[in-house]
Design a protein around this ligand. Structure first.
Ligand SMILES: [Ca+2]
Length: 516
């Protein structure tokens, strides 16, 4: 015979058990931060004590990738993928953003949601997705000093005195402090604009790094050795080619200074969580949206298929997350799916996990992984550039294997390519590594109307029109983690695709010098 109290307890308990309070989630997002810019990950120059602590208590995803972009502002596609949990060609503004965004999914699962920082996916999606917000930078790049910001959910902008990273951290900090004794868990998304240029950080560079002689990004070159179809984009003009090591050294120091400033602000936020007794009940995510060349391969921007532009930091720490290193490659868009599982909810059907490692930029650059081998190609005005790197031995992509005995057979590339295109619904089926039937000069074209290329560049072969590769004496290796092998099943060659045809050294094209 149950007592009255026991009977009431029996009625109430299942309800309480069905609605446990999930862990909070704090998503810390940087802008244009390449993967090898965390001291705990092996960069002995950079100062990132708070990210180092986060890495020590969490999981470091050492091979996390942005899958690519549709326009030079790669940030847009990356952030669309992050918010939708969809891969590149499905996370479009047209239909991708129509599905529940990550904050909407969390709100539906009992979370109070908050946003501050850079939002690059349009005002309607922002206002729809979040319940609360602070200072917001609507759009792409903005100044690091006295930025023009709006206050969520308003869209009118005004100049706010202060440094951008501090202002966004202030907004997030106010929200975290307001959460004491709140019943619902929270999702707070703080999207910093650092270390994106303009790199207004001269005094911070002097303060943090002084006269320190930084190692330049590998392989440092005065200018690109090969055309990738996008050498005159704005990002490449930040320091016009040919660049000097002194110029790149200054840019790198300012870049590192912005990251150190960002790290300080992240430390503030994590300290607030700790003083609010919320640190142990909060999943902290740190990631960036895309990488940046910063002088590697003679490039400055992010519009390429090299690791420095695709690979980004990703660290998760908090309840249920082990302290370890994960070397298996992962696309950033998988974060949505993983967070759903971490809070004990089924991931929405529209979210994707990492499939074949296939990367795309606009309609003229593609890259594909076959195991540890990475094949990248780009159509440009005068031809086609193909490169192949063994990332297990050459993580900085310094030794192009195309045109050597180690080049992967064309049939194997085509099979993997057909599978990846189908998997990701790439709408540009004519972009393959093939040059067949187009071996004739082409007129300069706009990127969107590019035709099949006329020739193939094998960059491992000497090219007299190029500046010889001159690695900086200050270059030295960090500690890259070798990516694990990804199996790609052999599938029949796609009937509509022309066969891969590589031309020999005689067809090498001169690399056009970028124009300002
Ligand atoms: Ca970015």
């Amino acid at each position: 015979m149950l007592t009255r109290r026991e009977a009431l307890s029996t009625l109430i308990a299942p309800t309480l058990r069905a609605q446990p309070r999930g862990p909070n989630i704090l998503l810390l997002h940087s802008d244009d931060q390449t993967w090898n810019t965390i001291r705990a990950w092996g960069n002995r120059d950079i100062i990132t004590p708070n990210l180092d602590k986060l890495a020590a208590r969490g999981t470091s995803f050492r091979n996390c990738y942005n899958q690519g972009g549709h326009v030079p502002a790669v940030c847009v596609a990356s952030r669309a993928m992050l918010m939708t949990g969809k891969s590149l060609f499905r996370a479009t503004a047209k239909d991708g953003l129509d599905t529940p965004l990550l904050p909407e999914f969390l709100k539906d699962n009992g979370y109070d949601t908050f946003f501050t920082g850079k939002w690059h996916l349009g005002t309607p999606a922002l206002q729809r997705a979040f319940q609360n917000g602070g200072l917001v930078h609507l759009g792409g790049m903005g100044p690091q000093i006295d930025p023009e910001l709006s206050r969520f959910p308003e869209t009118s902008k005004s100049k706010i005195p202060g440094r951008a990273s501090v202002l966004f951290a202030n907004s997030c900090d106010d929200f975290l402090k307001s959460r004491k004794n709140q019943q619902n868990p929270f999702f707070a998304y703080c999207a910093f604009t650092a270390p994106h240029d303009p790199r207004e950080a001269a005094h911070l560079a002097a303060q943090y790094y002084g006269n320190k002689d930084l190692s330049l990004q590998r392989p440092w070159l005065e200018k690109p050795q090969r055309d990738n179809g996008e050498l005159t984009v704005r990002d490449e003009m930040v320091v016009p080619a040919p660049r000097t090591s002194a110029q790149c050294h200054k840019e790198l120091k300012d870049y590192y200074a912005l990251i150190t400033e960002l790290d300080n602000q992240i430390g503030r936020l994590l300290n607030t969580l700790e003083t609010q007794s919320q640190l142990n009940n909060t999943i902290v995510v740190f990631c960036s949206d895309n990488g940046l060349a910063m002088g590697a391969h003679g490039l400055m921007g992010k519009q390429s298929m090299y690791e420095h532009s695709l690979k980004i930091p990703l660290i998760l720490a908090g309840p249920g997350i082990q302290s370890r290193t994960e070397n298996k490659p992962i696309f950033l868009y998988e974060l949505y799916n993983r967070l759903a599982k971490l809070i004990g909810r089924p991931a929405p059907n529209h979210t994707e996990t990492t499939g074949p490692l296939y990367f795309a930029y606009r309609d003229f650059q593609r890259a594909l992984r076959i195991g540890d081998q990475k094949i990248a190609w780009a159509k440009h005005k005068t031809g086609l550039t193909i490169e192949q790197y063994d990332l297990s031995k050459d993580p900085y992509e310094e030794n192009n294997l195309q045109g050597t005995s180690q080049a992967i057979p064309e049939g194997k590339i085509e099979a993997a390519l057909a599978k990846a295109r189908t998997h990701y619904n790439d709408p540009h089926p004519t972009l393959s590594t093939s040059t067949q039937a187009t071996n004739h000069p082409t007129k300069p074209q706009t990127p969107s109307t590019r035709q099949q290329p006329s020739t193939v560049q094998h960059a491992s072969t000497p090219q007299t029109a190029h500046t010889p590769q001159r690695p900086s004496p200050r270059q030295r290796p960090l500690t890259p983690q070798h990516p694990s092998t990804t199996k790609t099943a052999s599938t029949p060659r796609h009937a509509s695709e022309p066969r891969l045809q590589r031309s020999g050294p005689s067809s090498l094209t001169a690399y056009p010098t970028p124009t300002a």
